[in-house]
Design a protein around this ligand. Structure first.
Ligand code: NAD
Length: 267
């Protein structure tokens, strides 16, 4: 069952990857609404700086590690007595061709971008179901989940997994009295530090994925993180399953959906 939310209600929101970019803008916007915000990130110092700036509390957490995500839940419950919103936003975005990728590349990309979300859902779902205001899970997906591009194979594979997980969870929760509202953000290009993602990986690994130069046609579609956060929160307020940040790029998703539909049509 979808819950209705009124602006001004004080909610407890946890945002992962909140030390930079979209997560930091979401944390700021939620705090401005008067919510209690846990600013979480693998970069604990940067998270602490953001928390101080926006009036939230910081907690360091690598979302790829289930135990650290359990600790993030425990910290949130100890601090605020409950949790209403989980923004599974942490993500990394390096580029490279699948043929060249190593096991470490796959483990890193799927560990953060897919297992990070799985860990968030697994740890937080029981507590979110206890939210009197109605729990919400918002997964920062990507347009690449519905319009995968060459060079983004590992990223798209992880984000497609997040989209499928979100769709199934939303359907399963729809009939339950304490079901949470689930959203998947099909984000387009946002000006963030995603092109400096490689800094967080284990130095002992062997990687071919590399930080991309954000140049070319993508640049003209770039929006600022604050604008992305505003668009995302409008969708969250509406209880939307699919939240789109760049309606003008819909042709990409449509072309792919039509190709799949055509394959199902009798010749
Ligand atoms: N920027 C874009 O164009 C774009 C487009 C589509 C989707 N997204 C998605 O938006 C989300 C936010 O990314 P962003 O663009 O704001 O990038 P960003 O690099 O500015 O912010 C991501 C944050 O996640 C943190 N992080 C990285 N690995 C982590 C881990 N293992 N555990 C916890 N935190 C970790 C980083 O320290 C950083 O603070 C990601 O899921 C990304 O895939 C971004």
């Amino acid at each position: 069952m979808a819950h209705q939310h009124t602006d001004g209600d004080s909610r407890v929101a946890v945002v992962t990857g909140a030390a930079s970019g979209i997560g930091s803008a979401l944390a700021a916007a939620l705090s401005e609404r008067g919510h209690q915000v846990v600013v979480s990130d693998i970069d604990g110092d940067a998270a602490a700086a953001v928390a101080e700036h926006i009036g939230g509390v910081a907690f360091p957490c690598d979302v790829a590690d289930p135990e650290q995500v359990d600790s993030l839940l425990a910290f949130t419950l100890n601090t605020f007595g409950g949790v209403d919103d989980l923004f599974n936003n942490a993500g990394v975005g390096s580029h490279g061709r699948i043929a060249a990728m190593t096991r470490d590349d796959w483990a890193w990309m799927l560990g953060v971008n897919l297992h990070g979300v799985i860990n968030g859902v697994t740890s937080f779902l029981p507590a979110l179901r206890r939210s009197a205001a109605g729990g919400r899970i918002v997964n920062t997906c990507s347009m690449s989940a519905v319009a995968p591009l060459p060079g983004l194979g590992a990223y798209a594979a992880a984000k497609a997994g997040v989209l499928a997980l979100s769709e199934v969870l939303a359907a399963e929760m729809a009939d339950e009295p304490d079901g949470v509202t689930v959203s998947a953000v099909l984000a387009g290009p946002v000006r963030t530090r995603i092109n400096a993602s490689a800094r967080h990986r284990d130095a002992a690994g062997t990687y071919t994925l590399a930080d991309a130069d954000l140049t070319g046609p993508i640049v003209e579609h770039m929006i600022e993180p604050d604008e992305a956060a505003a668009r995302i929160l409008r969708g969250v307020d509406a209880g939307d399953l699919y939240i789109v940040t760049h309606p003008a790029l819909g042709f990409r998703a449509r072309a792919r959906a039509e190709a799949i539909a055509a394959a199902f049509s009798p010749a």
